[in-house]
Ligand binder design. Structure first.
Ligand code: NDP
Length: 296
């Protein structure tokens, strides 16, 4: 393997340590404990695991965790009414509604009902607009975590070419905005992009956020490029004994060509939760007018 492994697990651990120290300081100086409310509707097993991990890490960082587990039959009106209560609750600084929601609930209505100052996912249109125009706003957790890993690996990104593969509102688009804000020349590739391999091959930085197991091959990568694999895909094991998790990048061949590469698991995934905690800490600071410690 030629590429240097980007260890998101270690990086996120160190970030969570900094957040815990900052939280203790906020408690001491302003008598405020950041609180994160996580709302889960239904019994999706993957979502249940994410929510459990989020709650554990929230408490480990010295914050309050409020879990709301609702049945899959919950109506949109009931969910909106809970969000209204959480918006008004002074102990709650961040609200996260675990996606996807059951089909009978409109995600858009739910996202827009969260008070922008408590929208620690950064999905509310007000935050989306502010991030896009460089006026602050809450930065979505996965792109924020990915950017931190890229900057740690490469330092100044000015003038670098970046290709983001995937254009979703939660990963691809905000990722491209952040790279642009860091003076990269950014291309966004998607399912209609022609000759995507040669588009990718021009990049100093590739961020893969597609949701297709091992789609990005070794020969799509410019030698020495930094490869960030956001994808989380469950595939059946060849021997039929369950499943394994792989990214959107064909890791073993890509790591022969790339300069730096994230593994899956252990790359972007742990950064997402750490950045959620960071956003909750920042929201708590804003709520009392406290100056946030530089945790990034
Ligand atoms: P979406 O399904 O919302 O978006 C996927 C994007 O990939 C779309 O823009 C789509 O293009 C594009 N795409 C699909 N097929 C192709 C193809 N063959 N060639 C080029 N582009 C293609 O996914 P998300 O952005 O929500 O998530 C992407 C991946 O990241 C998933 O594996 C998800 O599980 C993972 N993820 C990981 C997180 C983490 O914490 N590590 C957090 C969030 C997501 P088009 O728009 O044209 O349809």
């Amino acid at each position: 393997m030629a590429a240097k492994l980007i260890d998101g697990k270690a990086f996120s651990q160190s970030l969570r340590g900094k957040i815990a120290t900052a939280v203790a300081c906020l408690k001491h100086e302003h008598n405020v404990t950041p609180g994160l409310a996580v709302v889960l509707v239904g019994e999706d097993p993957a979502s249940q695991i994410y929510v459990k991990n989020k709650a554990r890490q929230t408490v480990e960082a010295g914050m309050l965790s409020f879990e709301h587990k609702l049945p899959a039959t919950t109506s949109e009106a009931e969910l909106l009414s809970l969000i209204e209560e959480l918006n008004a609750d002074a102990a709650v600084h961040g609200i996260l509604v675990q996606l996807p929601l059951p089909a009978h609930i409109a995600e858009k209505a739910v996202i827009e009902s969260i008070a922008p100052c408590k929208d620690v996912d950064g999905f509310h249109p007000e935050n989306v607009g502010q991030v896009a125009s460089g006026e602050g706003g809450v930065v979505p957790c996965t792109p924020l975590g990915s950017l931190m890993l890229i900057k740690d690996a490469l330092g100044d990104l000015s003038g670098k070419t970046a290709v983001v593969i995937g254009r979703s509102n939660i990963v691809g688009k905000p990722m491209a905005q952040l790279l642009l804000a860091n003076n990269c020349t950014v291309t966004i590739a998607h399912s209609r992009t022609r000759d995507i391999a040669s588009v990718a091959r021009a990049a100093d930085i590739i961020v893969a956020a597609v949701g297709r197991p091992e789609m990005i091959k070794g020969d799509w990568i410019k030698p020495g490029a930094c490869v960030i694999d956001v994808g989380i895909n469950r595939v059946d094991k060849l021997d039929g004994t369950g499943h394994r998790v792989v990214g959107d990048v064909a890791f073993s061949e890509a790591s022969e060509v790339a300069g730096n590469i994230t593994p899956v698991p252990g790359g972007v995934g742990p950064m997402t939760i750490a950045c959620l905690l960071a956003n909750t800490y920042l929201a708590a600071c804003r709520s009392v007018g406290a100056t946030a410690v530089d945790i990034f």
